[in-house]
Design a protein around this ligand. Sequence first.
Ligand code: PMP
Length: 356
Amino acid sequence: MGGWRDNLIDIEPYAPGEQIRVPGLIKLNTNENPFPPSPAAASAAGSFDAKSLMRYPDPDAGELVGILAAKAGVSEDMVVAGNGSDEILAFAFRAFFNSSRPVLFPDVTYSFYPVWCRLFGISYEEIPLRDDFHMYAADYERENGGVVIANPNAPTGIAEGLGFFRNLLDANPDSIVIVDEAYVDFGADSALTLIGEYDNLFVARTFSKSRSLAGLRLGFGYGHADLVVSVNAVKNSFNSYAVDSFAMAVGAEAARDDRYYRERTAELVRVRDSFTESMRGLGFIVYDSSANFVFVSHPGVDAGDMYGWLKGRDILVRWFDKPRIRDHLRITIGLAEEMDALFTAISTYMKEKNIR
Ligand code: PMP
């Protein structure tokens, strides 16, 4: 090496799940929604006026922010929108975590958190989930420069109740607490109900999961106006136009169409719970999930081997080769027929390998 190459950033980036495009592939690896976006959103996409693209979009994403604020019953200065919740979270990390004390998050959680910390030079400490894979507020009663919790957590799918968040916020009045609610619509209680009580709480949300719009890249966050000012200052230091005109038009319709997404979510939850029961019947340990995925293990199954075996049969799930979880698979809930096909394949695997 030497020369200009010495000046390149040295960072291990976040690795998203594979986006393989094989006809007939059963893709259950990145927690996408198997249902299409709402007809209202699709119609907004179809009738989008391409001419409008010659102008820059509204830098404040005002239309969307207005709808999201009204739905949540908060003022518009408590809402910020961006290019996916990954971007909202990245901006929030940069905006909120400027103390020399470590930011706390669980050891088993969304693997983007340590990446942002390293990118922005934020020190962090991973707090082990207890053996039941739950979080306990007492574990977060230590010196810190902020706390980040995904609820439901990923990749476990386990949700904590509002009591946990109250205890966490009460114990940390001098830290900003980010709650990443990417999967909240599939069964967890939202910390949004606490937002008027705690000015140090920031809640991140996305259109990628329950609204079936992962490809649109639209995320948003709620918090005290001072938090939102700070996130916007970071946003406007990177990219004033984080939400493009097309995403704004389609996202506004998706945001209005609650009925569609609630019906699809209820169907997914039914499929999830029935898949959970079937897997338990095969001897798998399946945590009670409040998300659109389940986290499974089996005492006799090598999860990495089963992942590869399924992939060879065009069924893609997610395996993390990491401490504490390498004996688990994370399986996104797809259509009922996809879950049936997966279950049949897993049953065949168990028979072939003689696992009981
Ligand atoms: N948080 C968690 C816990 C996630 O799993 C994801 C999806 N990978 C995100 C945030 C980001 O989703 P998006 O950027 O699509 O909004």
